[in-house]
Write a protein that binds this ligand. Structure first.
Ligand code: SF4
Length: 464
């Protein structure tokens, strides 16, 4: 999602004749932040220290939005009245189109408290803090900050959702073959631990036409892998249609999507996974816990039994699909028995990879307000380790089955090993890490066929 955000920021600024450049040459450094865990926010504060004081700093993204203080907006009675329909009882406002220059102070900087004051004290070169949802208002913000902006640009307002990131790359490397396309943003699920609904707002979905227009734009720019994004990506009312229409596009090599939710799958999506070669044989399905008691406390809306049924459906397809997941360890009230049930579910599901997070309460969430963070740090770490040890065992067994198979893979870079030998790395269509010694730099960023010749728990090794 941050790559997609960055492309939208870059598009707006490029239209104002700003140039994307390296950190050394930049006058302004923009941070698009994550706040899913406290650790993500701590990382930003740490990174800010590396920015020389002669460069301006701008911050946007999730870390900003959940600090929005509505009472600051309410100070201006007329504005509060005008924006009344934009407010919700939660800590955010809807997409704004009609914004006058005098309204800008209620959308940037001081409105994000206490974050703005805390960071501004430490980093006086911090110049701008804004919601990513207001990215289309950047020309107006810049005008307000006395940058030279053509009046015409301040009037071109399409919201985050209908902004097609033409003229921009998603990363600084134009050779990258992957494009991330948001099909929706925000979430209505309100899992009790999750800050996303507060950081990105409620669900909004893009039209199929806009989505396809953006996908075609990236394919024309030689991208080969399209990744559809959404907090619950398969909840888009026309998700199946988006998959089918994208799969028809001739330049496409790989199609992925993340993150889906088990309860929003249908048989048509499973059939596409079985029959459509371009739809990658990989599903990333966050489960979070293997205990019904904890799933209920998390407000996940499914049971372990339903999740197992979902896994069975994938395993019964005629095509082998790798499955990865997210799990939180040490959530409030998680006992040894609950944790053991999570281990049992991991064993049952035979995940190829698990992104394990240690629970940390996030402001505004239901768990933060109503549940005690009562699993001690040491226990959390022990559980984290146990789950990873089990993952290594299972993924090694899974990877062993890959031996001698021919797979599609994309090589995305190289690094030196401890003997200073060049090692090339990338990932397969079923989303496994892959490494090779003898390869050519010219082949990087191409989808190629490889033969798997060796394996470890987290990697495959191959022959070209
Ligand atoms: S589904 Fe739950 S975990 Fe995922 S973004 Fe929505 S609230 Fe957060």
């Amino acid at each position: 999602m941050n790559y997609a955000d960055a492309a939208r920021i870059a598009t707006i600024l490029k239209n104002l004749w700003w140039k994307q450049t390296t950190l050394e040459k930049a006058d302004v450094v923009i941070f698009d932040t994550c706040s899913v865990r406290q650790k993500s926010e701590d990382k930003i504060t740490w990174k800010l220290k590396e920015i020389p004081t002669n460069k301006k700093i701008w911050i946007t993204g999730c870390m900003v939005q959940h600090n929005l203080k509505q009472n600051r907006i309410a100070e201006d009675k007329k504005l509060a009245r005008n924006w009344e329909t934009k407010f919700k009882s939660w800590n955010f406002i809807w997409d704004l189109k009609q914004v006058d220059l005098q309204d800008i102070p209620f959308l940037i900087n001081e409105v994000y408290q206490p974050l703005w004051t805390t960071l501004k004290k430490k980093f006086p070169n911090l110049e701008l803090m804004f919601r990513i949802d207001d990215v289309h208002l950047l020309p107006k913000f810049l005008k307000y900050l006395w940058y030279k902006v053509n009046e015409k640009e301040t009037k071109k307002l399409s919201t985050y959702m209908d902004l097609i990131p033409e003229v921009a790359n998603q990363t600084e490397n134009p050779l990258v073959k992957t494009a991330y396309v948001p099909i929706g943003t925000g979430c209505n699920q309100f899992c009790s631990y999750c800050i996303v609904p507060f950081a990105r707002g409620l669900e909004r979905y893009r039209s199929v036409d806009d989505i396809l227009k953006e996908i075609k734009y990236w394919l024309k720019k030689w991208k080969e892998e399209i990744v559809l994004l959404g907090q619950i990506v398969n909840k888009h009312p026309e998700f199946t249609k988006i998959l089918k229409e994208t799969l028809k596009l001739p330049q496409l090599k790989w199609l992925r999507y993340t993150s889906p939710y088990p309860t929003f799958y249908n048989d048509e999506i499973f059939a596409l996974h079985e029959n459509e070669e371009k739809l990658c044989p990989h599903i990333h399905i966050p489960v979070q816990s293997g205990s019904n008691k904890i799933l209920k406390l998390m407000n996940r809306g499914y049971t372990v039994e339903q999740f197992k049924e979902f896994i069975n459906k994938i395993r019964n397809l005629k095509r082998d699909i790798s499955i990865t997941s997210d799990i939180i360890v040490g959530f409030s009230n998680e006992t040894e028995e609950d944790f053991q049930q999570t281990l049992d579910l991991v064993e049952y599901s035979r995940f190829d990879m698990i992104y394990t997070g240690i629970y940390s309460p996030r402001p505004n969430t239901l768990a933060y307000k109503t549940l005690k963070d009562n699993v001690d740090k040491k226990t959390k770490q022990v559980r984290w380790k146990k789950i990873n040890n089990l993952l290594y065992k299972i993924s090694e067994e899974n990877n062993k089955k890959e031996i001698w198979k021919i797979r599609e893979a994309m090589i995305v870079g190289s690094k030196k090993d401890k003997n200073w030998k060049e090692i090339f790395y990338g990932y397969t269509d079923n989303f496994k890490n892959i490494e090779l010694e003898d390869f050519s730099f010219e082949e990087i960023w191409k989808v190629i066929n490889v033969k798997i010749i060796n394996w470890t728990s987290l990697k495959l090794f191959w022959q070209f």
